[in-house]
Design a protein around this ligand. Sequence first.
Ligand SMILES: Nc1ncnc2c1ncn2[C@@H]1O[C@H](COP(=O)(O)OP(=O)(O)OP(=O)(O)O)[C@@H](O)[C@H]1O
Ligand SMILES: [Mg+2]
Length: 382
Amino acid sequence: MKMKTKKIFKPGGQQMLDVSYIPPQLPHREEQIKLLIDALTLISEVPSETFFPPLLYGPTGTGKTSSMKLAAEKIKKEVKRKMVLHYVHVPCSVFTKSYSVVQRISEEITSAPVRGLGGEELLSMVFGELETRDEYLLLVLDDVDELIKRDRGRLLFMVTRLEEGHGKRRLFPVFVMRNWRILNVTPPAVRSKITGLRIEFEPYTKEELVSIVKQRLKLAFQPDVVSSNAVRQISFNSAVLGGGDARYALALLHGSGFVALKTGSKKIGVEHIREAQQVFDRRVPHGVLDRVDRSSLVILMAVAKGFKDESDVHSFSIRKIYECYLDVSQKLEEKVGSRNEVADKIEEFIDSSILYRDDGRIVLPSISALDLYEKLVELVYK
Ligand SMILES: Nc1ncnc2c1ncn2[C@@H]1O[C@H](COP(=O)(O)OP(=O)(O)OP(=O)(O)O)[C@@H](O)[C@H]1O
Ligand SMILES: [Mg+2]
């Protein structure tokens, strides 16, 4: 059956959630982009020998590649009248050998056959070609960590050393990596070449992810489909479970759209995010509840019931949970524990990563409240 995606997504909206789509603005990356543009503007200045290759670093999904691409577009436009600037962006996680990276570069620049040439010769040829045509190359070696580890910086050495013995700088390299400390495996001669600006990309905070998610949902979803608590939940999960990764947030957002379509819901609330999370990145191992005593199961059942009944609530206070608990224990005719006992058990569920704390309140981020509730009913009545 074909799903009627139009109720949830805008026409063409899903493409805006794709990894290949880069929005025209990147919230919370203005500073990095500006630094990068300032560093790259030197390309068109004469003498350009003052260019030092910048290095972008930070964990996954922090906007390194996207910021680089936006900055490159801007630079290309800026220098257009002054010079021919090629922009070659090599994802070194795909081109995993130095030689294939060099080949990729040469494909962009030269049309000559390259068979039989070594890496350095090939790069020299590229350089020669740029010189003959009086053109320039902005070369981004993205995700270069593994390659550095493997070739101990040979590729970096080649691309930074190429200028030596030539007059004008033609090749402007930029390096993008997760961790700049990887440079420590390279010989000093390589490290001494990478003296440019180091631009840090920190993991996004929960608050930053809120604006990133909001920007994207405006582009991709029909108006008023995604609730503001759902946005909070995505941002919380991506900051806390996903380590501040924007890609994680977008995947969760996209996934929640499918959950809504599958269940025929016109709106996306917190429970849809939990369901999407469960599919996308399951956090709670199977069987973990089988080892929990009955009185704790009843407490968790109260939490699950609370979130199940109010399916668009992001967090509960301990007080609210205690009320749910009194209700549930009464129905089950269970012995009632004190509020402190309940708080202690909640703490244990936080330690075992079933529940989380957010600004002093309790969150259930990664399991559908309904699934959890049903599982607990089964265990309690067994
Ligand atoms: N500030 C932001 N605003 C909007 N979208 C963002 C932002 N930062 C990242 N994204 C989006 O998140 C996804 C991941 O970003 P990007 O690929 O730039 O991260 P990265 O740091 O290069 O990650 P990796 O180290 O895994 O390559 C992309 O789809 C990108 O569009
Ligand atoms: Mg990247």
